[in-house]
Ligand binder design. Structure first.
Ligand code: UT7
Length: 328
């Protein structure tokens, strides 16, 4: 039995925020952003929309591509670091928008690794005969938790959503292996200090900007380069698959320099690597499903292809999934 991706979808806001515009907003330069991150532009959600709206649009596309009805969904998982609210879960908000009344729904808070965690959890649920079709969404409106006076973070992030419908299959196509990890000791390197039970929102926390994302970029950079390689190695050891067997590598899209380090180590050529960071920036949990959905839409994937996705993020968390592309 395999957990197979039956359909992918994505939703990206129309509004483009490019480096030139950021230059007018904060103390940064087009040249610095491009050279140090590889990012040219990112998408920013409209004032009238929120995370669940992007998630909903991506979900509709994935459900359509999977060829199922919303009534057939048994579970909705939304991976996000920018939920609509602390609760209810954004997955429940999406359930309502879809009218997927037969589905249970919950969120996963695993930062940028959220989609990898999500499809791994879905794979385990599909071992049970009660779950047949599971919708996993990575959705972010990061522009709502970013401090646009902080040049060290605001140039990096963008908004977007990607979704996958997973179902049980007896064929070769589907998830081959996944690996998850976490190291809570690094939690303080990427977090939102206030707005939770530890530091409830107050006039003071808002004045100090403690409701915005804070990141120690250098620490995360070190963690990212190390874990991207370690997770890939772990998956290769688990499966016997080698780097040269990979047809499409989709690494987390936070910085072109981190992606290039991983490509160099694995000797994976650019044509086998999905790059979206230049166009969409870091969309946290949405990076991987948007990348996979675009690759499928653009005809970059054919049945039987081996796809490796690797991510790291707040938690700190890390993980990877190896899958064979195709659906029954
Ligand atoms: O998905 C979540 C995971 N997040 C990540 O993966 C992010 C990982 N980290 C990174 O991608 C990089 O560390 C950053 C892009 C965040 C920073 O790049 P860096 O090359 O590590 O720069 P740095 O932090 O070492 O700073 C170098 C210089 C500093 O100036 P001084 O002290 O050398 O004078 C910074 O103040 O660059 C300056 N700087 C900027 N300059 C212009 C930092 N941000 C900016 C900016 N524009 N936006």
């Amino acid at each position: 039995m395999k957990a197979q991706i039956k359909g992918m979808g994505h939703a990206l806001p129309e509004r483009i925020l490019d480096n030139k515009e950021l230059e007018q907003m904060v103390d940064t330069s087009e040249k610095w952003i491009l050279e140090r991150t590889g990012i040219r532009e990112r998408r920013i959600i409209d004032d009238s929309e929120t995370t669940s709206d992007l998630a909903y649009r991506a979900a509709l596309m994935a459900i359509g591509n999977a060829g199922i009805s919303v009534e057939e969904l048994d579970l909705i998982i939304v991976a996000t670091a920018s939920p609509d609210m602390l609760f209810p879960a954004t997955a429940c908000v999406v359930q309502e928008k879809l009218g997927a009344w037969n589905a249970a729904a919950f969120d996963i808070a695993a930062g940028c690794t959220g989609f990898v965690y999500g499809i791994t959890v879905a794979e385990k649920f599909l071992l049970s005969p009660e779950y047949n079709n599971i919708l996993v969404i990575g959705a972010e409106a990061l522009s709502r938790i970013i401090d646009y006076t902080d040049a060290t973070t605001c140039v990096l992030f963008g908004d977007g959503a990607g979704a996958a419908v997973l179902s049980r299959s007896d064929s070769e196509a589907g998830i081959i292996a996944s690996y998850l990890g976490a190291d809570g000791r690094g939690g303080q390197h990427l977090y939102i200090p206030a707005g939770g039970a530890a530091q409830p929102a107050s006039l003071e926390t808002v004045e100090k900007g403690l409701h915005f994302l804070k990141m120690n970029g250098n620490e995360i950079f070190r963690f990212a380069t190390k874990t991207t390689v370690e997770v890939s190695e772990k998956i290769f050891a688990m499966t016997g698959v080698k780097a040269e067997d990979i047809d499409l590598f989709i690494p987390h899209q936070s910085n072109m320099r981190i992606i290039k380090t991983a490509m160099k180590w694995m000797q994976i050529p650019p044509e086998k690597t999905m790059i979206t960071v230049d166009q969409y920036g870091n969309m946290s949990a949405a990076c991987l499903p948007v990348g996979l959905s675009l690759a499928a839409e653009e005809g970059q994937l054919k049945a039987g292809d081996l796809v490796l996705m690797v991510a790291f993020g707040a938690g700190l968390t890390y993980g990877g999934v190896l899958l064979r592309w195709g659906s029954d």
